[in-house]
Design a protein around this ligand. Structure first.
Ligand code: SAH
Length: 490
């Protein structure tokens, strides 16, 4: 690997800080280096190697040769800033978003969509092999004799404007007046934003209008440092299938001055809005919502569909943000569950019961468990809304509730798990191994914990057959997977 030209070979050690000289690292802080990029981290930074030493370089892509300035050196690895792309990847593209560099919400817009999808699959494969010590056979069943099939990532035909929810922090312009947009990378300074290319157009449009209304009404934005000011966030949701819209004003304080003027202006400017809510959050926290939500006008909820199932979505409900890909993911889940109508199914980490209700139509009985009480209330309400009577829901930690179900004689044929990023609790995995369902469908948003848990299930008598990565969040580093496990003795 060629070293930076602007540094004489002989002066090498003399320019090092003493501690670095002892460690004898091949780079020093502030040095310019030329690096080949050999990979991408799960956070989307390029991975470069200089004489075996790893440098993380934001903005650099695999296959590129770049010039970078070393910012920070640690014993095992360091960070460098991209200065110049000397040999660009054939997959490098101009990011379509004007604020891509400042924002940080997306990490992969400078990479072609196809390259993103290929990388997401490879990232899953790498995790399964390195962390799970699992053998990956190939990307299609015909291709392999043994090992796990990891399919090509299912991407979107049009990977833009896919989000149904915008949560926009508000701030004040230096010259005064309400602005709202995003926090500048690694900071809490708010930068005004007019368009976000991964948001539904309607969300962008509504946020713009609500900001203009706020300016007109002379509303102040909440200031994190002083704890003063009124408007903290504007949250907007749109039902892709129904077209229904909700506007939530998150305020620092219960009083909303000129509430009538707000409502009137939003109704005029956002024709067809179905729900206008206020959420009160007076806490010094960066959690968006407070505990109290009031409906200012219209309904408490908007409706939307996933497949044939109708969902009521309130201001604070968890609801998948990419409805198009959610159907793809749940379609895979249903396929892997292999239901014929006679099965008992457990849906662990069920949220508002989206997967449970999606599966209930094809199963004898579905049990859902979830730790957030409000989510279970939503799940029950959604079951009733759809006339689904063969699904029941319980509040609690899945690792506590499932052993209880086991004692009560619940013997599932299929268990679906869809845990948060940290993966499944160990006790839940143990319970699964005792319950011995025919099939386990593991839906995961974190390939690392997925790989860890799949190893436990493999050792406990299950075989991981297939893994299907699904791109729920194009242009970001997130990868969702649906995996099928079957009992080895079958
Ligand atoms: N399956 C749902 C939600 C998945 S997100 C959907 O597709 O919409 C993961 C869920 O797990 C969250 O709702 C979170 O509140 C819940 N959760 C986190 N820890 C849990 C635990 N120990 N037991 C049960 N649920 C838990």
């Amino acid at each position: 690997m060629t070293r930076g030209r602007n540094r004489g070979g002989n002066s090498r050690n003399s320019s090092k800080a003493p501690s670095q000289a002892i460690l004898d690292l091949p780079v020093t802080k502030n040095e310019d280096v030329e690096v080949d990029i050999i990979g991408l981290t799960h956070e989307g930074e390029g991975v470069g190697r200089v004489e075996g030493y790893t440098l993380f370089i934001g903005g650099a892509l695999p296959g590129e040769r770049v010039r970078a300035k070393v910012l920070k050196v640690k014993k095992q690895y360091g960070y460098a800033k991209l200065v110049e792309v000397m040999v660009a990847s054939p997959d490098r593209i101009a990011p379509p978003c004007e604020i891509y560099k400042q924002c940080g919400g997306c990490q992969l817009q400078h990479w072609s969509y196809e390259a993103q999808l290929n990388w997401k699959r490879q990232h899953v494969v790498d995790n399964l092999e390195r962390i799970g010590k699992l053998k990956v056979g190939g990307s299609s069943e015909g291709e392999i004799e043994e090992g796990i099939v990891v399919h090509p990532t299912l991407g979107m035909n049009d990977p833009w404007r896919y989000r149904n929810k915008a949560q926009v922090p508000m701030g004040m312009a230096e010259e005064g007046g309400l602005i709202g947009g995003f926090y500048a990378r690694n900071s809490h300074r708010i930068i005004d934003m007019d368009a976000c290319l991964i948001q539904h157009d309607q969300n962008d449009d509504i946020v713009r209008r609500v900001k203009a209304i706020g300016r007109e009404l002379g509303v102040t934005a909440y200031n994190e440092e002083t704890g003063e000011g009124l408007l903290r966030h504007v949250v907007v949701r749109v039902g892709f299938r129904t077209g229904e819209m909700m506007v939530v004003l998150v305020t620092n304080g219960a009083k909303l001055p000129r509430a009538e003027a707000w409502i009137e202006a939003i109704r005029v400017q956002v024709p067809g809005v179905a729900s206008i809510c206020q959420n009160v959050n007076t806490k010094r926290t960066n959690v968006i919502f407070g505990d109290e939500t009031r409906t200012l006008w219209g309904r408490d909820v908007i409706y939307d569909y996933i497949g044939d199932v109708k969902f009521a979505i309130s201001a604070r409900s968890f609801y998948q943000v990419n409805p198009v890909q959610t159907e793809v993911l749940y379609g895979k889940t249903l396929e892997y569950a292999g239901l014929t109508g006679s099965e008992t199914v457990i849906d662990a980490y069920c949220g508002i019961g989206t997967i449970s209700l999606f599966l209930a139509q094809h199963a004898k009985r579905v049990y859902g468990v979830e730790i957030v009480p409000e989510a279970i209330e939503d799940a029950r309400a959604n079951a009733a809304l759809n006339g689904i009577v063969n699904a029941e829901f319980e509040v609690g930690a899945a690792e506590d509730v499932m052993p209880r179900w086991l004692e009560q004689g619940v013997t599932p044929d299929v268990v679906v798990v869809d845990p948060p990023r940290k993966g499944c609790d160990e006790r839940l995995l143990e319970t699964l191994l005792t319950m011995q369902p025919e099939r386990i469908v593991y839906v995961s948003c974190n390939p690392a914990t997925l790989a860890r848990d799949l190893r436990v299930l493999e050792d406990g008598g299950y075989r991981v057959k297939e893994v299907q990565p699904v791109d729920m969040f194009p242009h970001t580093v997130h990868v969702e997977c649906c995996s099928l496990l079957v009992r080895k003795d079958n």
